[in-house]
Design a binder for this molecule. Structure first.
Ligand SMILES: Cc1cc2nc3c(=O)[nH]c(=O)nc-3n(C[C@H](O)[C@H](O)[C@H](O)COP(=O)(O)OP(=O)(O)OC[C@H]3O[C@@H](n4cnc5c(N)ncnc54)[C@H](O)[C@@H]3O)c2cc1C
Length: 383
């Protein structure tokens, strides 16, 4: 046996799973990444990610988010890096929008620290946002920003330090569940391990073809703008935000590089066939048009984006991921379909995967994320 547990894919979720597994000192942990460790080709690049505890998507995520926040702090301390910026997160929208209803349900049900700002308060406290009439704000005091590239490399660094054996530039091509263990085939050789955690993001259907067509890959565009006055967009005065204004949804983070503020449109692009068909730039006209709409809502920036990047994430129905055992003998754990909102959850998901693969209680109700939602346990290749 080459290891007790192997992690396939060392991006967002896989890096965190490797870190959490590596804390169990007697466990032999192997990890495989198709690219270099800390690469920018997957879902974990783009300078910042939003952390929100008052959750637009579904208040059911709040217990996971509260634990994730603790683990972000733990990883920050261990790595001695500021991975989490506690700016708070501002949700802006109309009071009857479903997103804000979920935000209210989250803060009420879990008693989360927050402030509700009516239009006048919002305009006074955060004049960077030009309101279109009647919008309100909820300032989530547990919200903030996460540094994705630093977070992944920090988790991998911790895992290595704790003895995990991490292989870069070694894609796993095939996984087979055999009697003597789980066989992972790479170009170098076949490894035999006790259990496998598959955290291969937008590439997952290459290892599990049953997910083809179910796991939808979408491009996500990030745009940065130069503020007219940089001081108005610094972390101390400009919290991370998410804003739903009629048909236009934007989110953003304060200036982190000294000169540009990230303000991006949410999820408006058509799915692509595979990660290989991702085009890493958008045409100048589209980018300019987005910039001009952004500047109508945030007028303190030059309307032309100063830079843009394109990334990808994989989506599942209802934007709910699958987390858990998918294989009939309990040796295959899948983490997939984080649907544009998984980064903030990553350390708790990694911890859950580590616990499942070592037969420990997770402490969470994972019913809504059961892999059986989309995968038949008998349909595993190699059985
Ligand atoms: C632009 C953008 C903005 C976002 N904003 C937010 C936000 O503000 N807040 C938030 O919470 N979430 C956000 N998300 C979502 C979040 O970033 C993703 O849900 C999350 O990063 C997905 O993680 P993952 O581990 O599934 O994928 P990845 O991070 O891509 O990891 C998958 C890894 O597996 C590797 N791999 C694949 N196949 C193999 C193989 N066969 N062998 C070895 N390695 C393999 C890949 O190379 C990759 O490293 C955003 C996503 C994007 C793209």
């Amino acid at each position: 046996m080459d290891a007790d547990v192997a992690v396939v894919g060392l991006g967002t979720m896989g890096s965190m799973a490797a870190w959490r597994l590596s804390q169990q000192t007697s466990l032999r942990v192997l990890g495989f990444e198709q690219f270099g460790l800390g690469h920018a080709h997957g879902s974990a690049a783009g300078e910042s990610r939003l952390f929100r505890a008052a959750y637009h998507e579904d208040p059911g995520f709040v217990p996971f988010l509260l634990q994730a926040r603790k683990l972000w702090q733990e990883l920050s301390e261990k790595s001695m890096r500021e991975l989490f910026l506690p700016t708070g997160t501002l949700s802006i929208g109309f009071g009857d929008a479903p997103q804000l209803e979920n935000v209210f349900a989250s803060v009420d049900h879990y008693d989360l620290p927050h402030e509700i700002l009516d239009s006048a308060d919002l305009a006074r406290r955060f004049p960077q946002h030009k309101l279109t009439g009647g919008e309100i704000g909820v300032l989530d005091h547990l919200g903030g920003g996460i540094r994705p590239e630093l977070a992944v490399t920090s988790a991998l660094e911790q895992a290595k330090k704790n003895g995990a054996d991490l292989h870069a530039h070694e894609p796993v091509m095939k996984i087979r569940f055999e009697e003597d263990g789980v066989h992972l085939t790479t170009e170098r050789r076949t490894y035999v391990v006790g259990k496998v955690i598959i955290a291969s993001g937008a590439w997952t259907d290459r290892l599990l073809p049953e997910l083809k067509g179910l796991l939808v890959i979408k491009p996500l565009l990030l745009t940065w703008f130069t503020p007219l006055r940089i001081s108005e967009f610094m972390p101390a005065v400009f919290p991370t935000f998410i804003r739903d204004t009629q048909d236009f949804h934007i989110f953003g983070a304060p200036v982190l590089d000294g000169f540009s503020v990230k303000i991006s449109v949410n999820d408006i692009f058509d799915p692509i066939e595979s990660p290989d068909s991702l085009i890493r730039y958008f045409d100048a006209e589209t980018v300019s048009a987005i910039g001009h709409r952004v500047a109508e809502l945030v007028p303190g920036v030059f309307p032309e984006p100063v830079r843009h990047t394109v990334h990808l994430d994989s989506y599942l129905p209802e934007r709910n991921p699958i987390i858990g055992n998918f294989e009939s003998t309990g040796r295959g754990i899948i983490l997939a379909g984080f649907s544009g909102h998984g980064f903030k959850l990553a350390p708790v998901i990694g911890d859950i995967a580590a616990r499942i693969s070592t037969d420990q209680e997770t402490g969470f109700n994972l019913e809504a994320f059961a892999p059986s939602r989309v995968l038949q346990p008998t349909a595993v290749p190699g059985l």
